[in-house]
Design a protein around this ligand. Sequence first.
Ligand code: ATP
Length: 307
Amino acid sequence: MDQSVIQTTQLGKNFGPTQALVDINLDVIAGMTTGLVGPNGAGKTTLFSLLCGFLKPSAGSIKVLGHAPDSPSIRGRISILPQDASLLKSLPVGRQLSMLAELQGMNRPAALEEAKRVIKLVNLYESFNQLPERLSHGMLKRIAIAQAFIGSPEIIMLDEPTAGLDPNTTDSIKSVIRQLGKQASIIISSHNLEVIEDLCQQIIILRKGRLHSHEAVAELTARTKALTFKLEADPPEQVEQLFKQLTAVTDVKTGAPGQHRLVVRFNDEQDPMAEIEIIKCLATAGIAYREMVRGERLQDSVAERTR
Ligand SMILES: Nc1ncnc2c1ncn2[C@@H]1O[C@H](COP(=O)(O)OP(=O)(O)OP(=O)(O)O)[C@@H](O)[C@H]1O
């Protein structure tokens, strides 16, 4: 049987009159990398804080590795990269990492070795003795991620690990996370759904403090029947009118100006020939496309579900 690393039962959290989380029932399976997504204010950070024991639930219960989040039995077995992780200005980054390892109970020499190990994981060993002010934003983010790997925790929670990073740095962080996903269960909260799609096998969607869904990423994207077109030009206004006579078409979406994108969702139980009819409609209207892809990006599926 699959082993649960996190279980919540009817979990709720209120801040005064604000219901930040309501009736959350989750079962996160060991060894998965799971994405936690939802619009601003959906409750993602609150959920992370509850799972780490920084906050107490207003209702329901949480089990992390079979224990309450504040149990001494899980100390060092779970770690978190907070969204706004910051480093001390006046201490070399390697020393800061070794101090954090000491706080986890390692002696000085062991902590130093651990700091070297985790800084190598994020490819910044050459910066071990540098002060944070000498490092770029992306490098500091990688150091902050390295601290989440101290002590080889079984669960690692990363809140927006790639926010504000350029594409190359994002790629290098993604490869670190992918590597560590082989050894730990990772939960990533991010608004960057390309990152989630690349790294995660499972996705938890929160919407207005409630659990919208928890399922495999592949299932979510495959279940949405859609054709995504890259057109030669932006689609004409009122493009949805073209598909008016096709009862199988459930939604038509266009990209931002300049994206030349058109997504047509449909229900093929209504019409098994729906795809062909959609393509015919475009041809009849003289709308040319360069590329057509079945399905849609995770970004579109999630946007649709959290609107
Ligand atoms: N300490 C707090 N005091 C009062 N309200 C809070 C507090 N923390 C969160 N909230 C409220 O709880 C709700 C959920 O907030 P939370 O920060 O968990 O959302 P989020 O999904 O992480 O959002 P974002 O994507 O913007 O980071 C919001 O309505 C927020 O205003």
